[in-house]
Design a binder for this molecule. Structure first.
Ligand SMILES: [Zn+2]
Length: 133
């Protein structure tokens, strides 16, 4: 499936090639760029080796274009959101954890959620959605 990923605020395309680009900041206030895979469930994150992230620390993430936070505090304070658009222009909310090392992603459309990652059960109870098998 050919999908695009958009900022929920300014709707700029965040995917370039096989990667989704976000601005990030660690607990110490150091800024960096993170590249996520466009393939949901692939948790390889590319970053500069000097951008230091520690396991289980919360990363602040924002749109590289409008600089607004991607945090979705309606669901949980660790959860971030971007929009996915499939090749038929159907839109999905993509929620993911901002805790470094936590592997969980939720794809939500019409009140239904499909989850990815070994830690997916951690936040499922927060969004009151019907889980798809
Ligand atoms: Zn934006």
């Amino acid at each position: 499936m050919k999908a695009n990923y958009l900022c929920p605020n300014c709707r700029t395309y965040l995917n370039v090639g096989e990667r989704i680009i976000v601005s990030a900041e660690n607990k110490e206030g150091q800024k960096g760029i993170l590249l996520f895979s466009i393939h949901l469930g692939d948790y390889e994150i590319l970053k500069h080796p000097y951008f230091d992230l520690k396991k289980n620390e919360i990363i602040q993430m924002s749109c590289p274009c409008c600089h607004k936070s991607l945090k979705d505090t309606k669901v949980h304070q660790n959860i971030y959101k971007i929009i996915m658009q499939d090749d038929e222009d159907q839109e999905y909310e993509i929620l993911f954890s901002g805790v470094y090392g936590e592997r969980c992603t939720y794809e939500i459309c019409d009140g239904k959620v499909r989850s990815y990652g070994e830690h997916a059960s951690k936040y499922l109870n927060f969004n009151n959605l019907i889980q798809m098998s």
